[in-house]
Design a protein around this ligand. Structure first.
Ligand code: LLP
Length: 450
């Protein structure tokens, strides 16, 4: 399908900060992403469709790298693959010099199958099944982030069996409270993640005595979608104190410190999260202060942003279906996706913005609730917003859809998961095809054996 841009001037979309860097609106009010008309994308690939703008992903990778290495030379950025992972993304990470935080043999396997070097991967997880740990060690992952004393013993024995030392970080529970949704808090006491101080001592003692373990670093993570830098500052200071304690008590030189990820992003027009520079300034400032206070050897700093790298690069495109009117006058606008491709509103009460891709500048005309196609009342994508009157067949675009949507997508109601397209410089390439009924049936045992 050929779509020509209207000759009149291009403009950024309303609320431009929510959209990918390359998002533009042509003179006819139509949305373009990466130089490709949204209408061409839906025409060619159907809906629901997830679009990633490569330029935005690369710009965020560089922003993190530059902000951190500019302030603390020995810094590395490890993208948290749990936010969204695909071979196409691994290739971009590799180009941009970004390491990878993986949480399963699945994520490690996808990265390695995409020619991403295993030694640049560190493996997280509060329960890594033995087979997954073994597979990760065999693949040659760079670091295993040990989350319990049982796991420390397991890694030690797997390393011994292989005759190869395992490089580890210890994940600490920093007991930091954050003002974020309870389900995405991770750094508070009582969280299932990390070792408490007594366990850290025991783990450090054991690692110091073992020829099979090389304790390289300490890690902690405060939480996700943080709209404030203070938890990251506290976690970094805490890690410096713990590093000094490991040195003083066990003679261990901690060479790497990782305060995790968690920088939040704006999902709706009113939100104002810290910038990457503000975040980097806060974390490196806390590290510099901690290193000075405790007289530490300056460590390598490893940050693990997930959401802040991919969220804004992604746009979900849906086709509008039936409309209904609720008793309170709100119009229910149904789209052909929903909680299957984006469970975040149902799980976390997450809020989103939306626009009509062919009428980006049309004035709002009604109070709308955007509901999905799944058989559940809680399947709502946007609880309430002012929208132009959305007609059946139009394309609805939801920005900030790049993180924790496809990664958490399900086949609820046996709906196929969406196709994914990367756009750059006026070109669109399919990076994941839409699932089919055959995909859904593949793992089922179809023969009647009863
Ligand atoms: N490092 C560790 C150890 C983590 O646990 C996480 C996220 C990250 C890094 C990356 O955090 P980010 O920069 O993306 O905030 N499904 C939830 C988010 C769960 C985050 C889990 N851990 C959501 O949709 O909001």
């Amino acid at each position: 399908m050929t779509i020509r841009a209207d000759e009149s001037p291009w403009a950024p979309p309303p609320h431009a900060h929510l959209w990918p860097d390359t998002a533009r609106v042509d003179g006819a009010g139509r949305l373009w992403l990466g130089g490709v008309a949204a209408a061409r994308l839906t025409g060619e690939f159907g809906t629901p469709l997830y679009i990633y703008d490569e330029a935005t992903i690369r710009a965020r990778c560089r922003a993190f790298r530059d902000a951190f290495t500019g302030r603390w030379l020995a810094s590395a950025v490890a993208y948290a693959g749990k936010a969204y992972l695909s071979p196409a993304l691994c290739h971009i990470l590799l180009d941009e010099g970004i390491e990878l935080d993986a949480v399963s043999a699945g994520e490690v396997g996808l990265a390695v199958a995409s020619s991403y070097p295993a030694e640049r991967i560190h493996l997280h997880g509060n329960y890594k099944p033995v087979a997954e740990l073994a597979a990760a060690l065999d693949a040659g992952v760079g670091r295993v982030v040990v989350d319990s004393l049982e796991e420390l013993e397991r890694v030690e024995s797997l390393a011994r069996e292989r005759g190869r030392r395992a490089a580890i970080w210890l994940r600490l529970n920093p007991d930091v409270e954050t003002e974020t949704h309870a389900a995405v808090r991770t750094g508070h006491a009582g969280s299932k993640f990390g070792l408490d101080m007594a366990a850290v001592d025991a783990a450090a003692r054991r690692a110091a005595a073992s020829p099979w373990l090389e304790l390289v670093g300490l890690h902690a993570h405060a939480g996700s979608q943080l709209l404030d830098v203070r938890p990251a500052v506290r976690v970094t200071a805490f890690l410096c104190t713990a590093a000094a304690r490991s040195r003083d008590t066990h003679g261990l030189a901690v060479r790497e410190i990782s305060p995790g990820g968690g920088l939040g992003v704006a999902y709706t027009p009113g939100e104002a999260p810290p910038t990457v520079e503000e975040y980097a300034e806060a974390v490196t400032g806390a590290l510099r202060a901690g290193v000075a206070r405790h007289g530490l050897e300056p460590p390598r700093l490893v940050v693990e942003p997930g959401r802040a790298i991919v969220a804004h690069a992604g746009v979900a495109l849906y086709t509008v279906g039936p409309r209904k009117r609720a008793p309170d006058g709100t119009t229910l606008v149904a789209v052909d996706g929903g909680m299957g491709d984006n469970p975040r509103p149902a799980l976390y009460g997450a809020r989103y913005h939306a626009a009509l891709a062919e009428r980006m500048t049309a004035p709002a005309a009604e109070r709308a609730r955007i509901v999905g196609r799944y058989c559940e009342s809680g399947d709502v994508l946007v609880e309430e917003m002012m929208l132009p009157l959305a007609r059946a067949g139009e394309t609805l675009a939801i920005p900030v859809s790049g993180a924790y949507q496809l990664a958490m997508a399900s086949n609820y109601n046996l709906a196929p998961r969406p196709a994914v397209v990367f756009v750059a410089d006026g070109r669109a390439r399919l990076v994941r095809r839409r699932e089919t009924l055959d995909d859904l049936l593949r793992a089922e045992v179809m023969d009647r054996t009863d």
